[in-house]
Design a binder for this molecule. Structure first.
Ligand code: PEP
Length: 255
């Protein structure tokens, strides 16, 4: 059986000024510095990336960005490229978060371009997919995910995607306090892994980490992580508080 190293990632969204982000990173580091069995990523706002990277440099915590623009450089006011993120200390980047799809016209096509740019520049992309409540109720979950994954990963080979991380984030569970049950998450993760296998072969399917995201908290992480195809979590609200997030990171000690 292939061992997939768990990844617990925190998406801070549009929260925290530079001093607040630095302080949160320091407080988190104090609590998780000895972690060896889980990869940890935090995604502060763009403005705090470089400072937070300095705080966690050489530790078990990596830094990720919440978005990027696919062009290398140019007259694109307000946008940030992959190489800029790398120079600010990023190792990861979140691509296609449902809030970007919902509020900023992110499409599967732009997700595809962003994945290409991030992989080309050595960033690990965390590609987010997930259905809305309406789509789940209409029993369209699998067809929605099928389209998001197929279009998002168009033109790639298995070799290109070795570091890809997928995050299943049912839109109805994000920031709502409604978590998918561990069984619901497992059912979708299994489906996503089968899709990867069909499109890119067994090796990529077996090694790709698939995270669950949607109201993950210290009291539900262990159950979610007990599922065979759940390889970690993308955490929003509960990642803002270092004490709470450290409890999620240390989920093994809570079973
Ligand atoms: C997210 O923003 O990716 C997320 C899962 O948020 P929350 O944990 O707050 O539901």
């Amino acid at each position: 059986m292939v061992h997939r190293r768990p990844l617990i990632a925190g998406n801070w969204k549009m929260f925290k000024t530079c001093p607040e982000a630095v302080e949160t990173a320091k407080q988190l580091l104090k609590r998780v510095a000895k972690t060896t069995d889980v990869d940890i990523m935090i995604a502060p706002p763009f403005t705090a990336l470089a400072q937070v990277s300095d705080v966690v440099k050489g530790t078990c915590i990596s830094v990720g960005a919440q978005n990027l623009f696919w062009e290398a450089e140019g007259a694109y006011t307000g946008e940030i490229s992959s190489s800029m993120l790398v120079s600010a200390g990023c190792r990861y980047v979140i691509v296609g978060h449902s809030e970007r799809r919902q509020y900023f016209n992110e499409t599967d096509e732009s997700v595809n371009w962003k994945l290409k740019s991030s992989l080309k520049n050595g960033l690990i992309p965390v590609m987010c997919v997930g259905e809305s409540e309406k789509e789940r109720e209409a029993e369209e979950t699998f067809s929605v995910l099928d389209k998001q994954v197929k279009n998002g990963l168009e033109d790639f080979s298995a070799d290109d995607l070795k570091v890809l991380v997928v995050a299943y984030e049912p839109v109805w569970a994000i920031g709502t306090g409604k978590t998918a049950t561990a069984e619901q998450a497992q059912e979708v993760h299994e489906f996503l892994r089968a899709m990867l296998e069909k499109k890119f072969g067994n090796t990529l399917a077996k090694t790709t980490r698939i995270l669950y995201g949607g109201s993950v908290k210290p009291n539900n992480i262990a159950e979610l992580m007990s599922m065979p195809d759940v390889d970690g979590a993308l955490v929003g609200g509960a990642s803002l508080d270092p004490e709470t997030f450290s409890k999620i990171i240390q989920f093994q000690n809570r079973t």
